[in-house]
Design a protein around this ligand. Structure first.
Ligand SMILES: [Zn+2]
Length: 483
């Protein structure tokens, strides 16, 4: 019998977050046994009747389902730590996207190290399933598989690249052949992911952004996703610039355009989905139909609250999307890769955006980070603790100081503890985090590599920047460094 074939039982968990199908929501239960074998939960109840090869004392633990990120870029994001948090292009509406994103060069080895580090952060925070969106590179699939996480590999491609030569105007450098080649490569890699022997990799068709893909490429992408039977995702409604660009080109909002090309649907995951035509920053646009459109087409939104909050942007607003009938899942986009922190940001920002403490709830945010993500991926067996579900479980140490007093442990975790009280994480029944330590990624070794990766990336900045700025000029420190 291999380690995984053994039955593991968490005995008498003080609290467990299990799913109540009748109420269609997560609920707490006390003094629960939860048993799993391989990648399947085989028992949830008062006392496991079978023999278990491994037993974990749950009397001072909360057991919760593994959380799900449906938007992120593990292979590239970490290098920008310290550079992008407060950076943006004030004359191009937003963010690092157009002016700064491509300044730091990395190679495949760098990408692998960053991806491993990012996945380690995810696992440590209780994220057990992730979508990874990035340009295809050698070693990507094996890297993800080796970490043990459940990964949705989304090879990204586009017909155009963003460019600015002035810092105030935007150009699109079109190469339609490259876009089609990118789709072909993506189809090949998605096929490999779907058939990967680990059984933990799946694929997603991922044209990069709504404003960087031709109509033909988007239509071909939808056909490919449907043929392969996999989800499709795209960055859409992520900036005011993008919204205006789509109106300028087509007389349509980003969502109306996606409807026009046939992209919307229950398998469509919209990365960010912030600037719908009723967002307060979109003035005087006559449509006001985007929200209804997304609901009617049963679309999914990948909400990445922390990164947009750093840019001063709010989704308008989380609960109103849900109330409209739009499924919302959570993504971590860039860094840090901490899904509990992401829930906290999402929750606080949703209340601010709603203008009310009662604008949303922790229950709704936790649902988004579990069942919302699972629904977007077309999975009824993830983000859930019940018989027959996948064996992705997170154990929280109720004796951790941040968890006390422990009246409401999920609230203590999200509002006070973050990832710190998370002690053990199982993915597909494998014990990937033990005593708070990631077992499949050498986090210290990877962390030691990150500075070198960033410094090498810095060396290329002046050549790539329109204004020929050095890295230090392009990415000013938060405090001046003096002699
Ligand atoms: Zn993104």
């Amino acid at each position: 019998m291999t380690d995984q074939e053994a039955v593991t039982v968490v005995r008498k968990a003080a609290r467990a977050i299990v799913y109540d199908r009748a109420r269609d929501r997560h609920v707490y239960r006390s003094d629960v046994d939860i048993a799993f074998r391989n990648d399947e939960i085989v028992y949830v109840g008062t006392e496991y009747p079978g023999t278990a090869e491994r037993s974990i004392d749950g009397s001072r633990k909360m057991v919760m389902p593994g959380m799900i990120s449906i938007h992120g870029h593990s292979s590239s994001a970490v290098k920008a730590k310290g550079c992008w948090e407060e950076l943006g292009s004030p004359r191009i509406y937003m963010s690092t996207l157009f002016e700064y994103q491509s300044l730091m060069h990395t190679d495949d080895a760098d990408n692998i190290a960053m991806s491993e580090f990012a996945v380690g952060e995810m696992l440590r925070s209780g994220c057990t399933t992730m979508m990874d969106i990035f340009g295809a590179y050698d070693g990507w699939l094996e890297t993800l598989a080796d970490t043990g996480i459940r990964a949705y590999v989304a090879p990204m491609y586009a017909s155009a690249a963003y460019k600015t030569s002035t810092g105030h105007s935007m150009e699109y450098v079109w190469d339609e052949t490259a876009g089609q080649k990118g789709l072909d490569e993506a189809i090949r890699l998605v096929g490999q992911a779907e058939e990967h022997p680990s059984g933990r990799l799946r694929g997603v068709i991922s044209p990069a952004q709504v404003d960087t893909c031709t109509v033909a490429l988007l239509r071909d992408s939808v056909s490919a996703a449907e043929e392969l039977g996999v989800p499709r995702t795209i960055h859409a409604a992520q900036s005011v610039h993008e919204f205006r660009e789509m109106v300028n080109r087509h007389g349509l909002s980003s969502m109306e355009f996606l409807e026009d090309v046939g992209f919307l649907g229950p398998s469509a995951i919209l990365g960010h989905g912030i600037f719908l035509d009723d967002h307060p920053w979109i003035h005087q646009y006559p449509g006001k139909r985007d929200r209804r459109l997304l609901a009617e087409r049963e679309c999914n939104v990948a909400h990445c609250p922390a990164v947009i909050a750093r840019r001063g942007i709010l989704l308008n607003h989380f609960q109103s999307y849900i109330d409209a009938g739009i499924n919302v899942g959570i993504g971590m986009d860039i860094y840090p890769h901490n899904i509990v922190d992401e829930m906290r940001w999402g929750l606080v920002c949703a209340k601010i955006a709603a203008g009310s403490q009662h604008g949303t709830s922790l229950a709704a945010m936790f649902h988004a980070a579990t069942r919302g993500g699972a629904q977007a991926l077309g999975r009824d067996d993830l983000g859930i603790i019940e018989d027959g579900a996948r064996a992705d479980l997170v154990l929280v140490d109720l004796d951790h100081p941040d968890m006390n007093p422990g009246y409401d442990p999920l609230a203590a975790l999200v509002f006070s503890g973050l990832e710190r009280p998370i002690c053990d994480v199982f993915v597909a029944g494998r014990h990937l985090v033990q005593g708070g330590v990631v077992q499949t990624v050498d986090m210290a070794a990877r962390a030691a590599q990150l500075n070198g990766i960033q410094q090498r990336g810095f060396a290329a900045v002046a050549d790539r920047d329109w204004a020929r700025r050095s890295a230090e000029q392009a990415f000013p420190l938060s405090l001046p460094l003096v002699d």
